[in-house]
Write a protein that binds this ligand. Sequence first.
Ligand SMILES: [Zn+2]
Length: 196
Amino acid sequence: MALASYCDQTSIIEEIKLILKDKRNIVLCWVKSHVGISGNEIADSLAKEATRRETIDINIKFSKRWLKNHFQRVIKERWQQRWEFSLKARYTYGLMPQVSTKRCFGDFYINQFLTGHGVFPVYQMRFFGKNDICHVGRDQGTITHYLYGCPTFNQIRQGYFPSNFVNLGLLELISLPKVRVGLRLMGQFLLQKCLD
Ligand SMILES: [Zn+2]
């Protein structure tokens, strides 16, 4: 309720707070509407009367909280639109089509898997013209190849991945702490291969 809020700085609310400040015999409480409570009926008819007036004599400013919520929503909607219509990072978009301020991946190696950037041969070919084949020459060096297939990482998969890992998507795998350790080891290995 606006009157109970310290943050609400709408002028009419400020005025009411000022009036009520020294009047300790006035208690504010919620009442049911349209059941014949006289004060509420009067307030109702005054409100109706006000809607018939041609001019507006009280200009209620938006509260800080309302503005904050409103702009947060607008910014998020625009962010979502940009994310949907961008031509970049479509692999990551496929993993996370919805934008979120609550999601944060801060790990350098895990982020390689989430973006497809950096250490993977297919990326190295796109940006630096290097060979896109996995270093053991079995297949293209894609994220999927290293996650699920490359024999180089059999031991890491056995040690850190659950036995049903082939049925799990990347986000499901990343949600498991032990898998994240395995992915970091894979990332470190692949980074070293890029630098060799
Ligand atoms: Zn391989």
